[in-house]
Design a protein around this ligand. Structure first.
Ligand SMILES: *Cc1c(COP(=O)(O)O)cnc(C)c1O
Length: 316
């Protein structure tokens, strides 16, 4: 697995109508289950599962969840049963949920307020039946997920060295905040300077940013690395200006950008994560009047969601 983990994803330049040099790191090209940030994180969780003698995987997420699809895929590949707890509120059929079924995952949906207790209850049940279950937080949240994006940050630095280039800005979709935390930790550990801007796809400030900050502090304390609170605060930029009506909700402007990027750059985006973040990035660049900057967008994956959205951009 370690060789898989260290694979670099491509960084390519996009056609763009601003004076900036806009690049994208295609995490959707991670060579497993349509890739994406959930695949990058999942390698780390399954390394622990493989080495720890676990025989059951359990996680949490909605029927739209890229994370649950990847976890169900990796579990099925090993012949390990997989149990997914999902909120009834977001349980309609999607390409991701169909794939979870194809992988043979068992899915239990409960009202969102019962999720926590259901997870506890199911873990106890599995242990009482003699299993050694491994629980992965929704979205692959936690220090292992953070580590995956510290490593991604190192890949970005290596690319810059090879190409003799410096990115002034990095933008991406920030959800559970693990991707965001990993990038900021990567920057703190590398001691370099640039703007890392997380575009929230659902959570508002201050909570959304607080979750990112907690993940950063958790990771750094596990690594026994000490940074001042001031430094951590300064590096953590979490914009909640582009969330529309919340998680999974988007505006016409996002749909337009999804269509435009597919046509112009052959790049699929989706309305829940990458399309929203790309839209937020473009608006931010305009609002701040950024010019002649090197800008990196991290495409965090979610390709099946692009197909769920296809009718929104004029597909049948
Ligand atoms: C989960 C997800 C995100 C958000 O990542 P977090 O680490 O949870 O913040 C962004 N983009 C896509 C496509 C995702 O599936």
């Amino acid at each position: 697995m370690s060789t898989e983990k260290s694979k670099m994803t491509p960084i390519v330049k996009l056609l763009d109508d601003s004076s900036n040099n806009l690049y994208v790191k295609r995490e959707d090209f991670i060579p497993y289950s349509f890739g994406g940030n959930k695949a990058r994180k999942a390698y780390y969780f399954f390394e622990e599962i493989d080495n720890g003698g676990y025989d059951y995987v359990m996680t949490y997420g909605s029927s739209h969840s890229n994370h649950c699809r990847v976890i169900a895929n990796m579990a099925a590949a090993r012949g390990i049963p997989c149990l997914i707890i999902g909120p009834t509120e977001v349980s309609e059929t999607t390409y991701n949920s169909i794939l979870m079924e194809v992988f043979g995952a068992k899915i239990i949906t409960v009202p969102v307020e019962e999720v926590h207790d259901t997870i506890e209850k199911e873990l106890q049940r599995l242990r009482s039946e003699g299993y050694n279950p491994y629980f992965i937080q929704g979205g692959g949240h936690g220090n292992l997920g953070t580590r995956a994006y510290v490593d991604c940050y190192d890949e970005i630095i290596r690319f810059e060295q090879q190409e003799n280039l410096h990115f002034d800005y990095i933008f991406f979709a920030s959800g559970t905040g693990t991707t965001h935390a990993g990038l900021v930790c990567g920057q703190l550990l590398a001691g370099d300077d640039r703007n890392i801007v997380g575009i929230s796809i659902g959570r508002k400030n201050p909570r959304g940013r607080d979750v990112v900050l907690d993940s950063i502090r958790d990771y750094l304390s596990e690594e026994k690395r000490d940074f001042s609170e001031e430094e951590i605060q300064e590096k953590t930029v979490f914009l909640d200006d582009y969330i529309s009506d919340g998680y999974g909700k988007s505006d016409e402007a996002v749909t337009e950008i999804i269509k435009k990027q597919m046509i112009l750059n052959g790049m699929p985006l989706d309305s829940t994560y990458t399309g929203k973040a790309f839209y937020g990035m473009k608006e931010y660049i305009k609002a701040k009047g950024l010019q002649n900057k090197n800008i990196l967008f991290i495409h965090t994956g979610g390709t099946p969601l692009f197909f769920d959205d296809l009718n929104m951009i004029g597909g049948k």
